[in-house]
Ligand binder design. Structure first.
Ligand SMILES: [Zn+2]
Ligand SMILES: [Zn+2]
Length: 123
């Protein structure tokens, strides 16, 4: 049986120490994302409460709605991961606030993921 840790501490550690080792393993939007760390040999399961998307070009504009339809944001992220997943990287992580920020380099789009549960599985 693999060990399971119900904590965000492990993915936080991966992001801090070797962020390039984190890859998207499986995507079940809008509810769930699984990332794999090639360095720690861990799978990090993220349960999602909501996803917000915005254009990074307009990120500073006060006109940008901060509350786009969650469904649309999940679709956008799913499209990015399917079309050019290697361009999607983690830009921020705060496991105390339960927030993970992603960036798509190709679309210049930012995603904010609101996480309800972190779980890390040692392989
Ligand atoms: Zn790691
Ligand atoms: Zn994209």
């Amino acid at each position: 049986m693999p060990s399971i840790y119900k904590s965000g501490a492990f993915i936080q550690q991966c992001f801090a120490v070797h962020p390039r080792c984190l890859d998207f393993k499986s995507v079940h939007l809008p509810d769930r994302l699984v990332m794999t760390c090639t360095s720690c040999k861990m799978h990090h399961h993220l349960a999602l409460r909501s996803i917000a998307a915005r254009s990074s070009a307009l990120a500073d504009s006060p006109d940008v709605s901060v509350e786009p339809a969650a469904r649309a944001a999940a679709d956008l992220l799913a499209e990015c991961l399917a079309a050019h997943g290697t361009s999607v990287t983690i830009r921020a992580m705060d496991v105390i606030q339960d927030v993970i920020g992603l960036r798509c380099r190709d679309c210049r789009r930012l995603f904010d993921l609101d996480i309800t549960a972190f779980e890390s599985h040692q392989l």
